[in-house]
Write a protein that binds this ligand. Sequence first.
Ligand code: C2E
Ligand code: MG
Ligand code: MG
Ligand code: MG
Length: 287
Amino acid sequence: EAKASQMGRPFVFDHRLRDKAQKRLYIENQLRDVISRDELTLFYQPIIELESGALKGVEALLRWFHPESGLILPTEFIPTAEEMGMIIPIGNFVIDEACRQFGEWRKSLEEHAPANLHVNVSRKQLEQPTLVAVVEQAIHNYAIPPESLHLEVTESVIMHDSQTSIQTLNQLSNLGVHIDVDDFGTGYSSLSCLCDLPIDVIKLDKEFIKKSKRRREGKLIKALITLADQVGLELIAEGIETPEQLKFLQLSGCEYGQGYLFSKPLSAEDMELSILNSKCNSSLLKK
Ligand code: C2E
Ligand code: MG
Ligand code: MG
Ligand code: MG
């Protein structure tokens, strides 16, 4: 304070900055033993085959239920977890827990179980060669066919990466696991990277879908759908919120999608109920 007034300006404390810094510090402190406190949970969002409306897969999305602060969303704590290295144990937890739940569904729901499990992986995790062993262990422990597991990595990871990440991606791909490029279209993709790296799926970012009514964006989406098809990549549209967006994507030949129009992310329990419900409905329809 004294220093600021010496410089001849009134000292104005930036409350927003203080709150932000304090919030970050708080999150950092709380994150240290988040796993042993058992506060992390996975929610699941369905991925739908757009033509039939059938469930194709589920994406596991991290949720932090803090006893005092309530629900903390991943965008609020994952960047901090990455900076402090906590993303490694958290990421390991996510892989194990998602595979455990998926393995359970495969047993209990049988042919109604989702065919695919999508798990988000941070760039920091890919820099660790041990990621391959973690994934291998989980698919072994829960008897999961490797090709049903999709690891989602964001576009930025794919673009500027270290030799280690590329090697890790190749090893994961050799296990039979699929690699998805998440948030496609938000970064600076060099399209050639899609050919050089072992990529199976692109997930079109929700910002595109939001603007699909505009003429040029609409055409761009159509072109990307065609492009993905031509080079043998599957395409999943993210963030489908309206029937108009769905109609447009269906007419454009987009095969898969997810978004609030179908379902928001659900707890494992609600996901299971929703599957059992639609199973009843479809068997009623058949009669
Ligand atoms: P993402 O992987 O692109 O996941 C999709 C995000 O979009 C999710 O946000 C989901 O709830 C949200 N979403 C789904 N449908 C709609 C829609 O129709 N409209 C809108 N506006 N949003 C929709 P969420 O769960 O808050 O996760 C945000 C991001 O945090 C994820 O983006 C992912 O990058 C990251 N994340 C989530 N879970 C994990 C995790 O286990 N590990 C890592 N490393 N990152 C994670
Ligand atoms: Mg994702
Ligand atoms: Mg995404
Ligand atoms: Mg995203």
